[in-house]
Design a protein around this ligand. Sequence first.
Ligand SMILES: O=C(O)c1cc(=O)[nH]c(=O)n1[C@@H]1O[C@H](COP(=O)(O)O)[C@@H](O)[C@H]1O
Length: 277
Amino acid sequence: METFGVRLHRAVTERGPLCVGIDPHPGLLARWGLPDDVDGLDRFARTVVEAIGDQVAVVKPQSAFFERFGARGVGILESTIRQLRESGALVLLDVKRGDIGSTVAAYASAYLDPAAPLYVDAVTASPYLGVGSLAPMFELAATHGGGVFVLALTSNPEGAQVQRAHGADGRTVAQTVIDEISQLNAGAQPLGSFGLVVGATIGDTGHDLSRVNGPLLAPGLGAQGATAADLRTVFGSSLPSVLPSYSREVLGAGPDPAALRAAAERVLADCRGVLAD
Ligand SMILES: O=C(O)c1cc(=O)[nH]c(=O)n1[C@@H]1O[C@H](COP(=O)(O)O)[C@@H](O)[C@H]1O
């Protein structure tokens, strides 16, 4: 069985380092001329998959925008995931789960068990009930070749209050998260399966990402104000592990599939220029 790290490394080599989010905001549905209902959601998601599913390495549906419509919305999330897998993109489901360990085990089986209806290649997870509470996710991911992207330094300004607080040993909370995930990835070749989320908006915070040996998902580009050039400041020598992530910046080009593809190509070119430095 191939690990997520191996599969991600291959996808990025073949398609380039880019993650595009599917975030069907009500405002985007309106701009695309779609109703703010389940049919609009379905058409939006299908259009994105058909436009870029065979082009980008990773696609990240944001679960919240599907859950908004209840069971039928989650049904569309299921079919979106299936279509994405058929198109060859890796699916990173953005659900930011985190809880006590016994409940995390249930979340793990919801997303990382190949028999589950919402089975995906990787999920986002919140470590702020303690990184150790996510162990059942790490274990199931390792068993089935899945991945987990753990929030470290998020792109929103409110995150700093918690994430950059200092613990008794002098490290920030975020640095302890980074160090624990680094341990999980130790020795993995060519890349570990456990990623971190580090916002492109945060500037130079002095955190040490040099031992992560896993993917660094960088949201906050485009709509939240960060530019590809900011990746250099945030990631420094860790740039080769960065997976830039855009949602509204690309989605705003729709609904024309050719325009969506062109937008994805444009942001990938912007990022390649920086990541190749
Ligand atoms: O885990 C994430 O993807 C994430 C982490 C973070 O720190 N900041 C962040 O914006 N995100 C998600 O990334 C997407 C950003 O969307 P845009 O701002 O439209 O590119 C949203 O789905 C957010 O929930």
